[in-house]
Design a binder for this molecule. Structure first.
Ligand code: NAP
Length: 306
């Protein structure tokens, strides 16, 4: 049988990697190597530091050629290349096109496809941590489109907003630069499944006007992330909406200041570690066709005995 160019076959060493700048801090090798161990796969997951374009253009081009020629079986992409890498590829998945960012490159018979697993990773983890059923018509506790407030309007916020709109949520995006939130909502204007989309300033006065019925607050800013752990993106002078769950994309520390405030107010709160694991596991599935145990990967990340 003819070898399918660039597609990993079980007899081969699996060669994966991550393109970004900087990448040294990444947890991706830990997650993917744990997934390989689960299936007894010999392989590697390398970090490829590629400076921002135009300086990094040659290096990026070389890595893309390597995956095209089958020297690499899969690549993840992180900041600052998630948008720019699209123009080096042959096709974008619908979700990568709508979000405007690629985090996973897959080779299918020599065709390089840019995909994005952040949105599905977020949605899957949201359901896991809060025991929600977000499939169409799933959770009976919301009679109409539930409402989410997303703090921040950068790359991660775009994936979160896409995921929520596709599941029928209404979304308000709060950003410190209103033009960034306006740009985000203009690109998703027609996306929703019945839910609405609005932008506000990330200020105490505008947040205090947010409907008390908001069911979910997502932090998609880096505020609260180590080493600046003592800050919250939510102003301390106003209470959190009383019926909201809080999902913080930050996972270092494991309990952010925002999460602590939410729990002290009697609300459910979760960090973004599960999303990190889920988006990686979905990429691993794209490359190998094998679905790693999320539970095992999470325990690995938490340093628990797997
Ligand atoms: P990004 O593209 O740089 O966007 C960050 C957003 O936060 C921007 O809207 C930015 O506004 C805003 N922001 C930054 N500092 C702020 C501050 N002090 N006050 C208010 N807003 C502020 O970054 P990203 O890729 O979206 O990542 C955002 C966070 O999510 C990071 O902590 C990242 O580690 C985390 N993340 C987690 C996962 C996961 O799997 N758990 C996945 C992706 C990202 P300006 O443009 O005005 O600075």
């Amino acid at each position: 049988m003819k070898r399918r160019e660039g597609v990993w076959e079980r007899s081969e060493r699996l060669r994966l990697g991550l393109i970004g700048w900087p990448v040294a801090h990444s947890h991706s090798p830990e997650i993917h190597l744990a997934a390989m161990r689960e299936f007894n796969i010999q392989g590697e997951y390398r970090l490829y530091p590629v400076p921002p374009l135009p300086e990094g253009e040659v290096a990026l081009d070389e890595l893309i050629s390597e995956i095209r020629q089958g020297g690499l079986h899969g690549l993840n992409v992180t900041i600052p290349h998630k948008q720019a890498v699209g123009s080096f590829l042959d096709e974008l998945s619908e979700v990568a096109r709508k979000i405007g960012a690629v985090n996973t490159i897959v080779s299918r018979q020599g065709t390089l496809i840019g995909d994005n697993t952040d949105a599905s990773g977020f949605l899957a983890d949201l359901q896991r941590v809060f025991s929600w059923d977000l499939t169409m018509g799933g959770d009976e506790k919301w009679e109409s489109n539930p409402h989410a407030l997303v703090l921040g309007a950068g790359g991660a916020a775009r994936a979160v907003v896409y995921a929520l709109l596709s599941s029928g949520w209404s979304v308000t995006v709060a950003a410190r630069r209103i033009e960034q939130a306006d740009f985000l909502i203009s690109s998703f204007g027609e996306q929703g499944d019945g839910g609405s989309l609005a932008a506000i300033n990330l200020t105490p006065s505008e947040l205090s006007n947010i409907n008390a019925e908001v069911a979910l607050i997502v932090n998609a800013t880096p505020v609260g992330m180590s080493p600046i752990r003592d800050r919250s993106p939510w102003p301390e002078e106003i209470p959190l909406p009383s019926s909201s769950a809080v999902y913080d994309l930050v996972y270092n520390p494991i309990e952010t200041r925002l999460m602590r405030a939410a729990r002290e107010a009697g609300l459910s709160a979760a960090n973004g570690l599960g999303m990190l694991v889920e988006q990686a596991a979905l990429a691993f599935e794209c490359w190998t066709g094998l679905a790693p145990s999320r539970d095992l990967l999470l325990r690995q990340m938490l340093g628990e005995e797997a």
